[in-house]
Design a protein around this ligand. Sequence first.
Ligand SMILES: [Zn+2]
Length: 161
Amino acid sequence: MRELREQSGITVGHLVDTSFFTVIVYSRETKRFATTLVPYRRPASGEEIAEIRCGTCGRELLLRVRSAAETTRVRKRRLTIALAGLALTAAAVVFGSLVYLPLAEPLGKAVLIAFLAGLPVTGIAGWLWWKEDGVRLLSAGEGADRDHWRLDGAMPYRAAP
Ligand SMILES: [Zn+2]
């Protein structure tokens, strides 16, 4: 997990081109970006939205930065969800192994669904908890911005409103 520095920077990528390499059923997409390092400073509390510019095309983008305390709160919420998912899965395993539950019965179905739903919830929430840094790249316009991506986040993502 990354520590929450008061000052740091994100990498904004401007999409230069996308190429496809295709052999019969195999296809690989390659995106090329021109990158800009955008520094930020966390507010003392709450969140702030700063205007930034792409170093490649000069277009305006927005950067929402949460304070360290606020980010810690968001992380805690994610962790709580992850642990609840884990507890749900564990409870389903224990209950399912102690009691005979035919799948035709509603209780059997409910336990199976709890087991199947608990794991992905744990995985996704746990991963988001681990990767949350309280910084989001947003587009300045209405719709999703097709050209600008944040490249150093949990997963590369496009700037959206
Ligand atoms: Zn740009």
